[in-house]
Design a protein around this ligand. Structure first.
Ligand code: SF4
Length: 464
């Protein structure tokens, strides 16, 4: 599979025939949806929480520079070293330089989508720095040489039997598909890495503009170990991770935990206010916060598309999407798969390259209904489809076909005529007339000799 957004159609064609993949993805997303529903059903105020979340995310994105300044000042006051990176390359260079300055040749890392977006592991490894992923899902993916297929569950496309075979082959252990044993194997191997590695890299779930606090949520405690044990902690975030105030944190922790893992609160919530100090002897000697723009400021200026920046990366829209459930995440060829990926990838990265992604949706609206910050995802997909057409990215044949379709649909007489013509063609040549892009996977519907409209007209005349 070629993991580029431009290959979406070709990838989806292959994945749609992979029944094993489909059942693994459906099982995992189904479990996530059930757990989420149970938790959300216990919260009668859920709709009001969603609206509050939406309003606060809008406030931040509309005033991103002010909140960024406020967060930077507060974090520096706490003793953090804050770096701003306009481009992806700037961010990776900053991170690489920090690692080199402390003469480290390996890093422990917790799960972070922004470092996936930076392709940080590849860059560090090309420059001789060993990267040890410590989240269990990311560890599995790294071992398999793959990329995550889900925002919160990177190895969602793998069954426990797949993981057992992978561990047997790569870690040279006896085959076992007992999750507890497999987890214990990883825990034992990672323990030494945590204790002996001098740099830890993490993402950031939320950054409070008023206190400079960065917050990381998780269930495995690996992120806490990454941020506390090494001498240097590098926290990487994009600009929209900011929330206005520490008081807003409880709302977003609830929205994210419920939507991502069906928990009222994840097992671990780390709130980091700076490096170790005389008052606080725990933690790293240095705390660096690397903040990436990566085209987001520009996106924040767009009256409609800015909404994509409200996302808190819960992954619920992926779980509920019938397209994602059928083909998994790799086919999107983007760091961000599913509905939010189909919205974000064309607008943030490259509309031409990702022109097929807005069409990867049935427009059923389930993604919009489930989003904890009320992003109008399916309408965004529709607007982006229009943009793709307006920019002239569609093929000449499709343009002609749609122009003819439009011309026909604007007149009842022409629709009537087309129906009769179609019926006649099917009568002469048979029903299985090939139509590229349509009939390879579906049968052409049988056309009626007379339209409903003409039958009704005749009935009325007979009654009269
Ligand atoms: S768009 Fe909404 S549902 Fe999808 S990942 Fe982001 S916050 Fe979650």
């Amino acid at each position: 599979m070629n993991l580029r957004a431009s290959q979406f159609k070709a990838n989806a064609r292959i994945a749609a025939q992979d029944t094993g993949l489909r059942s693994k993805v459906k099982k995992a997303t189904g479990t996530a949806l059930t757990k989420r529903k149970q938790t959300v059903d216990e919260l009668p105020e859920w709709e009001s929480l969603r609206q509050q979340g939406h309003d606060i995310r809008k406030e931040v994105v509309d005033n991103i520079d002010r909140y960024l300044r406020s967060f930077t000042d507060a974090a520096r006051l706490n003793g953090a070293i804050v770096h701003h990176a306009n481009e992806h390359n700037d961010a990776t260079k900053i991170i690489y330089d920090i690692i080199r300055r402390v003469s480290a040749n390996s890093v422990v890392k917790s799960k972070s989508m922004i470092t996936e977006e930076l392709h940080l592991n590849r860059m560090l490894e090309e420059n001789g720095i060993r990267v040890i992923e410590t989240d269990l899902g990311e560890y599995i993916i790294q071992l398999a040489g793959e990329t995550p297929s889900h925002i919160t569950a990177p190895a969602l496309h793998k069954s426990k039997e797949d993981i057992a075979r992978l561990f047997q082959e790569k870690l040279n252990i006896s085959y076992t598909d007992d999750p507890a044993v497999l987890t214990a194997v990883v825990r034992k191997r990672l323990r030494d890495e945590f204790l002996n590695t001098r740099v830890g890299i993490s993402g950031v779930n939320f950054a409070c503009a008023d206190t400079g606090t960065i917050t990381i949520i998780e269930n495995e405690a690996n992120a806490r170990l990454c941020t506390v044990l090494p001498e240097v902690h590098i926290a990487v975030m994009s600009i929209e991770k900011i929330i206005p105030s520490f008081d807003d944190l409880s709302l977003f922790l609830k929205l994210l935990s419920c939507s991502a893992s069906g928990q009222r609160m994840t097992s671990y919530v780390s709130m980091i206010n700076g490096p170790r100090s005389s008052h606080n002897p725990d933690g790293p000697r240095q705390l660096h916060v690397v903040i990436l723009d990566g085209g987001r400021r520009q996106l924040a200026k767009h009256p409609a598309w800015k909404e994509a920046l409200y996302c808190i990366r819960c992954g619920a829209c992926l779980n509920v999407c019938p397209v994602y459930q059928s083909v998994g995440g790799h086919v999107y060829g983007s760091v961000y798969p599913g509905p939010i990926g189909s919205v974000l990838t064309p607008t943030l990265f490259d509309m031409k390259e990702a022109q097929d992604l807005p069409f990867a949706s049935s427009l059923c609206g389930a993604c919009t209904d489930i989003c904890p910050v009320k992003i109008d995802l399916h309408h965004h997909l529709l607007w982006e489809r229009r943009e793709v057409v307006d920019r002239g990215y569609k093929s000449f044949t499709e343009k002609i076909a749609m122009a003819v379709w439009r011309w026909m649909m604007l007149s009842a007489g022409r629709v009537e005529f087309a129906g009769r013509l179609g019926w006649l063609i099917q009568k002469v040549f048979g029903k299985n007339i090939p139509a590229p892009g349509w009939t390879p996977r579906r049968r052409f519907p049988a056309l009626a000799r007379r339209s409903f409209r003409s039958i009704m007209k005749r009935e009325k005349n007979n009654d009269g």
